[in-house]
Ligand binder design. Structure first.
Ligand code: ADP
Ligand code: MG
Length: 713
């Protein structure tokens, strides 16, 4: 993502790198491998570290295991072959007058051609031995005499990510050249926001870019990063807010106000009272659903907080209004479970519930009408007007609730009058999939549900286009869940404990990371362990569930466990989403170190669903000390929010976002684990922008041409 707004004046920066002296087709191709195509790309190519070449460490002062930069003259070098000439070590010996340093590279014999005896070389590396002083695979740069020395030495020197064949020194010179030539063309992308100076004390963009490459103090690179990150966040927020305005001004949904004739009997037969949080959230949802502005809402609620019932109520509002509903779940197991629940709930009310998964399809699953639409989703939105017409004039056909997996996205499913789309466990889907399902209708209301709490930074960026409702309360009468982290040598006691619970009539999940063993790496796989576990736990019966079973086998495994015909379910993380068996109170996860915290929290959410106290045991391989520390977070808290924050910090956003990340901007400078203040600042700033502040800017993000469908999410 480039951060600069493409107003006229910034065009020079959009010129290809070949506009720079010394960049021919070959260099351009190498740069392209680093995603550097324009001058601007080059100026935003971020050093991955800096070397303080104002004071190099003498070789004699290098310390074991301490990364440092030093320099010396090549006094000897050569390649040694061994193992019948299949392996090699290239060794380079440097001397700086205080001592000698051996640099070694394994199996890179061609390194030889980059050096010559007598060369002055700068070396960055971590000594692995002191007698003799040795570094393995260091980063090196040969010092060439020349006028350009001031670019490379006696300063905080940027070290860039490279690609094969591209020398560090050459790239650094090129950045220097580009800066000299184009610095004055680097304009403030949002002049009306006065980002430079002020209380935040941020540099101008031009100054930040110079600091990024050639800082004068150790603090400057971070200052530069923050300024450039702010630009990125502002651009994103501006896009989010503009798309939203655009969407709201054009799109019309079918109002699903409902008249309670279905919800009333539904709630009366449910067998429990909604929690205060569920009731509050339903009020928010009804508000949205009643209008003709398409709802775009994220329903967030910890595992077991009762999102499904809320989804059912929303479905009923749409169905009461005469419109159909589609509910998409990420796995067949979960889709089947929803199908069973919703059928029990809605069929007594005379509502047709259909199922459509890869392996099973009930009824006709929706009208035949929209052949054309389903083949050309791209033009389905043309009729904004016809969407409104639809809303007002069409006679509702028998409204249906269709539940399914991503099979719903495939052509053929095109229900009449789709009023509402619900996506369960949305982090298992990508933005594109979500959008495809929404396109099955004109502008259906959209409710996406997730049990993964969204840290604030992600809520304001990745999910910035959705309103958020939170169920922050669990239904009453839930047994507590105790969580224990144990080393593998405690497994015998763990099994004894599990046996005791089974004897008391409870059930257990046992989760391993893999379906099939992939090597002798000690990672447990369900297929290999299945028989052993059956023997170990006899006479209790063990079921097996993993992603490679046929759908029918999966469903059989689930129903046997649900009916307590099997007392133990051996499974992969396939069961992390949705599965609901209240009598299961034990969960054992082995190789727990291989899962993210948020994912383990989801898994743990399978237990603690009934009145009995539940217990989650996380067994980590003995060798991973760090893993034990990480897993302790789960011992300490069941607050999904804190767990998600910890996961974001420890493992980065990819883990939490799941599929979602595919459709999202990647930040060059912004850091979703650390930049909440900048994200909030950006949002604030953009809110202050006049609505059509700079029409030129709008051309940047490809607004839909007149009359076409505005972006949906
Ligand atoms: P999740 O939010 O994880 O999807 P579910 O919707 O699967 O949670 O609900 C978990 C369990 O709690 C289900 O068995 C559901 O019937 C039950 N439940 C939901 N709401 C309530 C409530 N208000 N009181 C009691 N039980 C409830
Ligand atoms: Mg659920």
């Amino acid at each position: 993502m480039t951060a600069a707004a493409p107003n006229q004046a910034s065009l020079p920066l959009a010129r290809p790198v070949t506009a720079l002296a010394g960049v021919g087709p070959e260099r351009a191709a190498q740069l392209a491998r680093l995603e550097i195509r324009t001058i601007e790309d080059l100026l935003l190519h971020r050093p991955h570290r800096y070397e303080d070449r104002r004071q190099l460490r003498p070789i004699a002062q290098l310390q074991l295991d301490e990364p440092a930069t030093t320099r010396g003259t090549v006094v000897a070098m050569g390649v040694k072959w061994y193992a019948k000439h299949t392996k090699s070590i290239f060794e380079l010996i440097l001397d700086d007058g205080t001592g000698r340093l051996h640099c070694r590279w394994w199996n890179l014999p061609y390194m030889e051609k980059y050096f010559a005896v007598g060369d002055e070389v700068i070396v960055f590396g971590k000594p692995v031995a002191l007698k003799p002083r040795t570094v393995d695979h260091p980063e090196t740069e040969v010092i060439e005499d020349g006028e350009e020395d001031f670019i490379h030495f006696n300063r905080l020197t940027p070290i860039y990510p490279l690609t094969e064949g591209l020398p560090q020194r050459w790239l650094r010179s090129l950045v220097w050249l580009a800066l000299g030539q184009f610095e004055e063309q680097i304009l403030e992308p949002w002049p009306e926001l006065h980002l430079a100076g002020g209380s935040a004390n941020l540099p101008t963009r031009a100054r930040a870019i110079r600091m990024l490459h050639f800082p004068e103090t150790l603090a400057e690179p971070e200052l530069a990063r923050r300024r450039l990150a702010l630009d990125e966040f502002i651009e994103l927020q501006e896009r989010i807010q503009r798309r939203r305005r655009n969407f709201e001004s054009k799109a019309r949904a079918l109002p699903c106000r409902g008249d309670n004739h279905l919800i009333k009997p539904f709630l009366a037969c449910l067998g429990f009272k909604l929690t205060a949080a569920q009731t509050r959230v339903l009020r928010e949802l009804r508000q949205d659903l009643s209008g003709s502005r398409p709802m775009r809402r994220l329903l967030q609620g910890d595992v077991g907080s009762g999102k499904t019932v809320v989804a059912a109520c929303c479905s009923l509002m749409a169905l009461e209004s005469g419109y159909s509903v589609a509910l998409m779940a990420p796995t067949e197991v979960l889709a089947e479970q929803h199908f069973r629940n919703f059928t029990n709930w809605l069929e007594p009310l005379g509502i047709a519930v259909e199922l459509q998964t890869g392996s099973r399809k009930t009824g006709e699953g929706g009208g035949q009408r929209s052949e054309v639409r389903s083949q050309e989703p791209g033009v389905s939105g043309q009729g904004l007007a016809s969407g409104i017409q639809n809303a007002e004039s069409s006679v509702p056909q028998r409204p249906t609730l269709t539940i399914g997996t991503h099979a719903l996205i495939e052509a053929g499913f095109a229900p009449e009058n789709l009023g509402l789309v619900i996506i369960d466990e949305q982090h298992k889907f990508g933005v594109a999939q979500r959008e495809e399902l929404v396109r099955k209708g004109q502008y259906p209301h959209l409710l996406v549900m997730t049990a993964t709490p969204i840290p604030r930074t992600l809520g304001l960026t990745v999910y910035g286009e959705l309103d958020v409702s939170v169920i922050d309360e669990l239904p009453p009468g839930r047994g507590r869940i105790d969580t224990f982290v144990r080393a593998a040598d405690k497994l015998p006691q763990v099994w004894a404990f599990i046996r005791d619970r089974l004897t008391e009539g409870r059930q257990a999940y046992v989760v391993y990371p893999r379906v099939e063993e992939t090597g002798s790496n000690g990672v447990k796989a369900v297929r290999q362990e299945f028989e052993k576990l059956q023997q170990r736990l006899a006479p209790f019966r063990v079921g097996l569930l993993h992603g490679r079973l046929r759908p029918k086998e999966k469903e059989e495994a689930m129903s046997a466990f649900r009916a307590c015909d099997t007392q133990v379910l051996l499974a992969t993380s396939l069961i992390e989403v949705g599965v609901d068996v209240p009598n299961a109170t034990i969960m054992l996860v082995e190789n727990a170190e291989m899962f993210g915290l948020a994912q383990l929290h989801q898994l743990r959410g399978r237990i603690g669903r009934g009145a009995h106290a539940s217990c989650c045991i996380l067994v980590a391989a003995a060798r991973s000390k760090g893993a034990h520390t990480r897993l302790r977070v789960l011992e300490e808290t069941t607050d999904g929010f804190r767990i998600a924050e910890a996961d974001l910090r420890l493992r980065g956003p990819g883990e939490l976002l799941g599929q979602q990340q595919s459709g999202m901007p990647s930040f060059r400078f912004g850091d979703l684990t650390a930049d909440l203040d900048l994200i909030q600042q950006a949002r604030q700033l953009v809110a202050e922008l006049p609505e059509e502040a700079n029409p030129a800017r709008c051309s940047s993000a490809n607004p839909p041409p007149q009359g076409s469908k505005p972006a949906i999410t």
